[in-house]
Design a protein around this ligand. Sequence first.
Ligand code: SRM
Ligand code: SF4
Length: 566
Amino acid sequence: MADKFTHLLDRLEQFNSNEVVKYESNYLRGTIDAGLKDPVTGSVPFNDTLLLKFHGIYQQDDRDLRAERQHRFLEPNYQFMVRVRIPGGLLTKQQWIGLDDISRKYAERGLRITTRQTIQFHGIRKGNMKKCMQALRNIGLDTIAACGDDSRGVVCGGNPMISAIARKVQEIARHTSQRLIPKTGAYPEIWYEESRPVQPVDAEPMYGPLYLPRKFKVGFVVPPTNDIDVYGQDVGFIAIVQNNKLLGFNLCVGGGMGQIDAREDSYPRLAQEIGFVQTEEATEVAEIIMGIQRDYGDRQDRHQARFKYTLDRLGMPWFLDELQKRRGKPLAAAFPVKFTKNGDDIGWQCGDDGLWQGTLYIESGRVNGALRDQLAALLQQYEGGIRLTTNQNLQLTDIHDYALPHLKIRLEDLGLDTLLKPNLQAAYTISCVALPTCGLAMAEAERYLPEFLPKFNQIKAKYGLEKLPITLRITGCPNGCARPYIAEVALTGRAPGLYNLYLGGSHTGNRMAKLYAKNVNEMKILTILNDLMQRYKLLADSDEKFGDFLVRTTLLDEAAAPVEHA
Ligand code: SRM
Ligand code: SF4
């Protein structure tokens, strides 16, 4: 095995400390098992916190309680976030019921639908971790590579319930996820307590003992809806459909949203379309590109380790050449592609197979309290499937004509019908988790959205813009978990109550937004938006999107040097 990776192992001494932790972990085992059994602390040793990520788990602590516990000389309120692997967001009804059950038994704050269409649990205690993971296995789910330096949950847009093409793309996304996950036996050993077979010589044939330099994200999308924000993925596949047949995919590479305000050499980046691959080549191409990033990604500086930086450092001609060498042939030319929208179609839709689906708006993806109970009650008499979206919403899928009237009545009886017709803006708005669980949050996001959104809507209403969809994203820090830098309007947290305001991304997610004002509070943000929407009302072309208007009328030039207001 090692031979395949000597080019990396020979340089281990030059690499950052995470690389050494991975190398010494015996393929992600570390001392995780022993740490879970230590009753003295609610935490696990530091190195194991790094390894746990590959198992889909983050050690966190409740930040609302930090100061008080410190004052009382107590250790932080340690708890774990568990992220499930649900490629393409597809679940059966039984799986949802199982997830709901896990959330009640082991988690706090219910279930959280993420911006990569999976479920996260928050607040799981160390002593419950194995039970949680085994309960997931019992419903046919796992958390492998949901976090960590590996290929993360593969996202798939285009709504597989609506067309045969999208269903095919969904299958490829699932297959790709399966192919790209680590193959180490550590996962079943630790979580399911399966006995350890003799370690194969090639324990990680694709990854090797150092895995990837950083996270790696793959997504599939079916135009005309760019619901997954394909240009924000490390590797994106855009379905090309002709005469109702899936020809293959335009390939785009090098997207990424993360940035650190303190580092000028960090930046969000749009993926570039570089060519076309046949349908049956997609998974292999994803694997090849992952291999290139494994071999050439920066393993010294983790802040420069994402694939987008590898591309910018080594150059696109180099990358295309390397890809061609590894594939044995060049890419075909990309097809012209047009996206016309983003977000989800909330409400009812009928697929080409005559089955219905209802998309429910879930604010910030949080399913807890009454909503969790209402959905649980609904599922008691429900025969369809479930799909989670990258806009944090939940779809009821595969509903036959004959079942629809009854389902509509049940939704009404349970008070869930309102989620099928929220305010239009809601469908274009997402926020990340942020406080109290996210260790990197500098400001509120999920808990701020319910305050901010009505105020945003009030301004829209003042200028009669209720029917104008504007992609709006809020994050608690610059990391960009709600993909803010491609939104028409975005707030990224800087400090409690203060945000950077980004404006002018395209509605379809293929143009970057620009930093308009730095460190602004709510009053300033609302004043700026009020001013811009007033101008939009007066000057916009008919059907012009808000982001396009800001760019066309060069209002964004004002931001050449973003205003600092703190
Ligand atoms: Fe994220 C780190 C939550 C999608 C970029 N993200 C985190 C952590 C794990 C914080 C940490 O490292 O300690 C957050 C856990 C919060 C919590 O308490 O749950 C977190 N990210 C999320 C989720 C749950 C946001 C949400 O509200 O839904 C999303 C889970 C997706 C999933 O199911 O896999 C989530 N994160 C994203 C996305 C969007 C996407 O992938 O489409 C991005 C931008 C795309 C990208 O990766 O470039 C994103 N998360 C980051 C980054 C910045 C990475 C970088 O390149 O610099 C971090 C920080 C890091 O990795 O160092 C981060
Ligand atoms: Fe946490 Fe920042 Fe991601 Fe929000 S954007 S979840 S605050 S890392």
